[in-house]
Design a protein around this ligand. Structure first.
Ligand code: ASP
Length: 302
C-alpha cells in the first residue's frame, strides 16, 4: 500500500506487477484446488513475492539506516491458533519459511536476530549472503529518505514516510476444509534503525487468522498497525460485535487507523470465503482468486 498513482507508473511497470501478482496467486490457488492446506497456499504464494525484487520482502527488501536488510515475517494457522514469527534476520532467503518452521518445529512463537538465523540453519532453510537482497532502487530510496532527513524536522520526515510505498507482501487463504491462514513478510521500512521491528512479525498487528472469523495480513506504517492491533482488531470486531469482515475492515482501516495517524491497508478472507482488501492510501497492489479460479488484480484505488 502507499502512494501508488496511475499517472506516476509506466505501463511496463504496471504490467510487471500485475504479472507477478497473478503468478503468485496462481501458485496458492493450485495448492487449494488440489486439496492442499491454506498454510501451504499462504507460504508458497508469499515465496513467489519474496523471490521477486519488485516487493519489499525477501529479495527486494528495503534498506536500514546502515544500508543492510533486516527481514520480519509471520504466519498463523486459523484452525489451531498456532503462530510463528521471525524478526530482524539478514541471511534467510525466505523469511516466511522461517516463520512457519518456528511455528511448527520450535516451542516458541517468535525468534529474532542471530538466534533466529541459527534456528534457520538447523532447520536447513536456504541461507544467502546479505548482498543477495541488494537492489539499486532500494539504495536510491534510502538515499532519498536520508537526504530529506538531514536538515528537516520530524514532521517533514513523517510526510516523507507517508509519501512512500510500503510494499510488504502477504497472503490470506481459506482451504477446502474450512481452515484459514494468513502470512506476512517484509523488509520493514526504509531507513529503520536501532533494530526496529514493525508490525509484520507481530501476531495480531501484521498477521492474524482464526477459523471463527477471518485471516488478515497488513501492510502500512507499522508503528500504527502495532498500536491499533489492526489484524486482531478486525477479527475481534467480527467475533464480539458480529460485524461482517467488510464492516470490520472498514472501521479499522478507514477510521481507527487514520485517527491515530497511520496509513496502509489489509487483505483478508473470512471463513465463508468473502474476500476484502481495504486500504486508506492511493493504491495497494492486490489480487484475489475465488474457488472458480476467477482472478482480480488491481493496484490503484479506482
Ligand atoms: N508494515 C511494514 C513495517 O512497518 C512496512 C510495509 O508494510 O511495507 O515494517
Amino acid at each position: 500500500a502507499g502512494t501508488i498513482k496511475k499517472e506516476k507508473m509506466s505501463a511496463e511497470s504496471v504490467a510487471m506487477y500485475r504479472l507477478k501478482l497473478k503468478e503468485a496467486i496462481q501458485v496458492g490457488y493450485t495448492i487449494l484446488k488440489d486439496g492442499g492446506t491454506s498454510l501451504d497456499a499462504v507460504e508458497k504464494t508469499i515465496n513467489v513475492l519474496e523471490d521477486s525484487p519488485l516487493f519489499n520482502a525477501g529479495r527486494g527488501a528495503v534498506l536500514t539506516y546502515e544500508g543492510v536488510n533486516e527481514h520480519d515475517a509471520s504466519i498463523m494457522d486459523g484452525k489451531t491458533l498456532n503462530a510463528g514469527a521471525s524478526a530482524g534476520t539478514t541471511t534467510v532467503k525466505n523469511p516466511i519459511n522461517l516463520a512457519r518452521a518456528i511455528m511448527e518445529n520450535s516451542p516458541h512463537v517468535m525468534l529474532s536476530g542471530p538466534g533466529a538465523e541459527t534456528f534457520a540453519q538447523e532447520q536447513e532453510l536456504e541461507i544467502v549472503e546479505p548482498d543477495y537482497f541488494f537492489t539499486e532502487n532500494k539504495k536510491k530510496a534510502l538515499e532519498r529518505v536520508q537526504a530529506s532527513e538531514k536538515n528537516k524536522t520530524a514532521s517533514f520526515y513523517d510526510s516523507e514516510i507517508k509519501d512512500s510505498k510500503f510494499g510488504t507482501v502477504g497472503c490470506a487463504a481459506l482451504d477446502k476444509n474450512g481452515n484459514l491462514a494468513a502470512g506476512t513478510s517484509t523488509g520493514g521500512m526504509t531507513n529503520k534503525r536501532w533494530g526496529r521491528i514493525g508490525d509484520s512479525p507481530i501476531i495480531g498487528a501484521g498477521t492474524y487468522a482464526n477459523n471463527a472469523t477471518c485471516a488478515v495480513s497488513s501492510t502500512g506504517w507499522g508503528e500504527f498497525f502495532i498500536r491499533a492491533m489492526v489484524a486482531h482488531d478486525i477479527s475481534a470486531l467480527m467475533e464480539y460485535k458480529g460485524l461482517s469482515l467488510k464492516e470490520a475492515a472498514q472501521l479499522v482501516v478507514q477510521k481507527k487507523l487514520p485517527e491515530l495517524g497511520g496509513d496502509g491497508g489489509i487483505i483478508a478472507v473470512d471463513n465463508q470465503g468473502n474476500m476484502v482488501m481495504e486500504f486508506n492510501t492511493s493504491g495497494m497492489f492486490r489480487a484475489t482468486m475465488n474457488d472458480k479460479g476467477e482472478l482480480y488484480v488491481e493496484m490503484f484505488k479506482d
